[in-house]
Design a protein around this ligand. Structure first.
Ligand code: NAD
Length: 312
């Protein structure tokens, strides 16, 4: 495994991170034992960064990850979230945050969270997150329940806006740096770099688009993005290259994100994804893939409440 420094936290994270949303059956039904084997395989391979949220499977992913990590907590860095509890249930108040962390700690069977993150910030008021949510996280830090503070979301403008007004250690964004997008690098990386904030690149497979089985029905991308992803997958399969391994390796070659958090629900996923570390990309094939995705490249979907639209 390869490890990289995460901003100024002093922590080294594995360049492949374990995304636990599939443990909450977000992509397909997964059994508890299948999920446990995936977590074990990840730890065996040296993956030390695990990302989850109460929202994934409406607490199921946290519960399963907590069970799978029993006795192994000390060997991993655990990232979870507050603020999003269901598709349309957001609550960024300090009171809900204090209640939520206690429930997360119980489900995760631990007494501290390494990275506590405000989830999908573009669905909240920037003012409330800066003046109330992040100060609540700082209070939890003083109490020793949280080591580092982060924010997550799809809207790069809102993430930048919040991080320029409140101190955060990490920013996680998703579907913004992979074979279908380089917006993270253009819109957020320069700011994060100058502020010493660690960048976490989530969804390197564009939430399933860059896999043979394809995206889930709820995927928010426009049809031309899904079609572009499918063209890339078909091209890679034709060349006898595993599209997910190729897509992940493309992200691993980007040095400015400390970790690439990929959703994994089986030991086979873990093994395939770790293969990416030793499977360099053929530049000729990459040029062909870039050409194949051209019609769906950097085409974001709208996300968040109307008052945040102005932040981009
Ligand atoms: P992803 O791009 O990582 O794709 C996950 C899908 O690909 C799942 O169906 C998984 O089973 C499949 N997959 C993984 N490895 C594979 C392989 N080798 N071959 C074939 N299929 C494979 O998308 P994601 O899971 O949505 O994102 C990764 C993680 O990032 C999440 O689990 C979550 O932890 C984090 N995330 C956070 C936010 C947020 O905070 N707002 C948003 C999105 C994702």
């Amino acid at each position: 495994m390869e490890y990289r420094p995460l901003g100024k936290t002093g922590v080294q994270v594995s360049s492949i991170g374990f995304g636990a949303s599939p443990l909450g059956n977000e992509f397909r039904p997964v059994t508890a034992s299948e999920g446990e084997r995936a977590v074990d395989a990840a730890i065996d391979r040296g993956i030390n960064f695990f990302d989850v949220a109460p929202y994934y499977g409406r607490t199921l992913a946290e519960e399963r990850l907590g069970n799978a990590l029993a006795g192994k907590r000390a060997s991993v860095l655990l990232a979870t979230k507050c603020g999003r509890y269901d598709r349309e249930d957001f609550d960024f108040s300090a009171d809900r945050t204090y209640a939520s962390i206690e429930a997360s700690l119980l489900r995760l069977r631990t007494d501290y969270i390494d990275f506590y993150q405000v989830h999908d910030v573009e669905f909240g008021s920037v003012r409330q997150i800066v003046d109330e949510t992040i100060p609540a996280l700082q209070e939890l830090q003083r109490q020793g329940k949280v080591r580092f503070i982060g924010i997550t979301g799809y809207s790069l403008g809102v993430l930048r806006q919040i991080a320029s007004q409140a101190r955060v250690d990490t920013i996680l964004s998703y579907c913004r740096y992979n074979l279908l997008s380089d917006e993270l690098d253009r819109s957020l990386r320069p700011f994060a770099e100058s502020a010493g904030i660690g960048l976490i690149n989530a969804s390197p497979l564009h939430m399933g688009v860059l896999t043979v089985q394809g995206p889930p029905a709820w995927h928010p991308a426009a049809p031309e993005v899904l079609a572009a992803g499918k063209r890339a997958v078909d091209l890679l399969v034709q060349q006898r290259v595993d599209p997910s391994v190729f897509a992940l390796r493309y992200c691993l070659d980007y040095p400015n994100a400390a970790t690439n958090v990929v959703g994994m629900s089986s030991a086979e996923n873990v093994a395939a994804n770790c293969l990416a570390l030793e499977t360099p990309i053929d530049p000729g094939l990459l040029a062909a893939v870039h050409e194949a995705v051209a019609g769906g490249y950097n085409k974001p979907w709208p996300s968040g409440i109307p008052e945040n639209a102005a932040f981009g």
